[in-house]
Design a binder for this molecule. Structure first.
Ligand SMILES: *Cc1c(COP(=O)(O)O)cnc(C)c1O
Length: 376
């Protein structure tokens, strides 16, 4: 039944396949029996396979077992869930926090929970797919503003006279690696009394000494700001969170359907997130190393005159034109033992090679990437 549809995708060269890793995540990975230097992971700090964290996971399995067997509102959560929320509340400077099962689940749960039929949501056109889906599930109206276009945003906000307005933005845009102008957005929120909902998936553990985008911009966590973020990127674990004022978090806990009707994360995953938070608080040099590597790659790439779009973070996308050309370059890199994925529509409008730099890449890894890019 879907055969013809698949054929069309194949003809457009938009059919994707899954690569199954034969090694842990890390700066080097194996698949198909071969080792590659890995520039595709969001494991910015190399915590996805950290021995200290693994030991804490093992201990948590001894203490709390493995499966969680029900939703958090029944008996699925352990005291580790609460400990993680308490730590996170402090880490994000908020009043309260709630753990979600994934970033996707957080966005599709929280956005409908904090809006109703009288709300207007203003959403950046390059926001993550899970925000788009959260807006689709909301009973409110969604208005898309041009990417990081502050005058456009202000114009749209000014024109609407709803009594509940919410501005939603990624802090770090996951495909271009640029940063939202949160200081300007903050001012608009203040001026027009709107809520601000930020998705700090790629900011947490990366920006503001790891504390995320608000810290990066020196913005105080106000009661009208909701910080969403994930444990699945720089923290190397799995799951997500919302942090904000006490009443918002309690409201979300009581109305967010993806929280209410889904089994709690296993305690061992929560233990990993706690250990990762501890690690980045105690080892600021980890994040420094990430930025040293990131700046090195960015500088080299400028020198060899690739168009790295608007990258300001460890996500560096190279504009490569057509789907054909993008696949050719990504194929050539693979041949040379470098995994940097081709990103094509519908994930993005313009095809690109997306490079994620991590703290665990060596100088040698970086030089091999640049040498190989020079050859293409
Ligand atoms: C990855 C990502 C998500 C989804 O998080 P998961 O934990 O992988 O489900 C949400 N928002 C943004 C901006 C992301 O980059």
């Amino acid at each position: 039944m879907f055969f013809e549809k698949l054929e069309i995708l194949k003809k457009k060269r938009l059919l994707r396949n899954i690569r199954n890793r034969e090694s842990p995540q890390g700066p080097k990975i194996r698949f198909g029996g071969r080792e590659y230097i890995n520039f595709s992971s969001n494991d910015y700090l190399g915590l996805a396979n950290n021995p200290l964290i693994i030991n804490k996971i093992k201990k948590s399995i001894d203490d709390y077992g493995y499966g969680s067997a029900s939703s958090r509102l029944l008996s699925g959560g352990s005291i580790l869930h609460k400990e993680l929320e308490d730590r996170l509340t402090k880490f994000k400077g908020a009043e309260s926090a709630l753990v979600f099962n994934s970033g996707y689940s957080a966005n599709i749960g929280i956005i409908p929970a904090i809006s109703d039929e009288n709300s207007v949501i203003f959403s950046d056109e390059l926001n993550h797919a899970s925000i788009i889906d959260g807006c689709r599930l909301s009973k409110g109206k969604t208005i898309i503003y041009r990417h990081k276009d502050i005058p456009h945003l202000e114009d749209l906000v000014k024109k609407e006279d709803a009594n509940s307005k919410i501005i939603i933005t990624d802090t770090v845009f996951s495909m271009d690696g640029d940063i939202a102008p949160l200081n300007d957005i903050y001012n608009i929120c203040k001026k027009y009394r709107t809520l601000l909902y930020i998705d700090d998936a790629h900011g947490t553990g990366v920006l503001g000494n790891g504390r995320g985008a608000l810290s990066h911009f020196n913005i105080k966590p106000e009661p009208w700001i909701i910080q969403m973020g994930t444990f699945s990127k720089a923290l190397g674990s799995y799951g997500a969170f919302a942090a904000g004022s006490r009443d918002v978090i309690e409201w979300v806990q009581n109305t967010s359907r993806s929280f209410m009707f889904s089994t709690a994360l296993p305690s061992c995953i929560i233990a990993a997130s706690i250990a990762a938070l501890e690690l980045i608080e105690e080892n600021p040099e980890l994040i420094k190393r990430l930025w040293t590597n990131r700046n090195k790659v960015a500088e080299y790439i400028q020198r060899i005159k690739f168009n790295s779009m608007q990258s300001e973070t460890p996500i560096i996308s190279l504009r490569t034109g057509t789907v054909e050309n993008t696949l050719r370059i990504s194929g050539y890199l693979l041949e040379k033992g470098i995994f940097a994925p081709a990103i094509r529509p519908p994930a993005v409008k313009d095809s690109r090679i997306r490079i994620s730099v991590t703290a665990t890449h060596t100088d040698d890894d970086i030089e091999r990437l640049i040498e190989t890019l020079k050859e293409v």
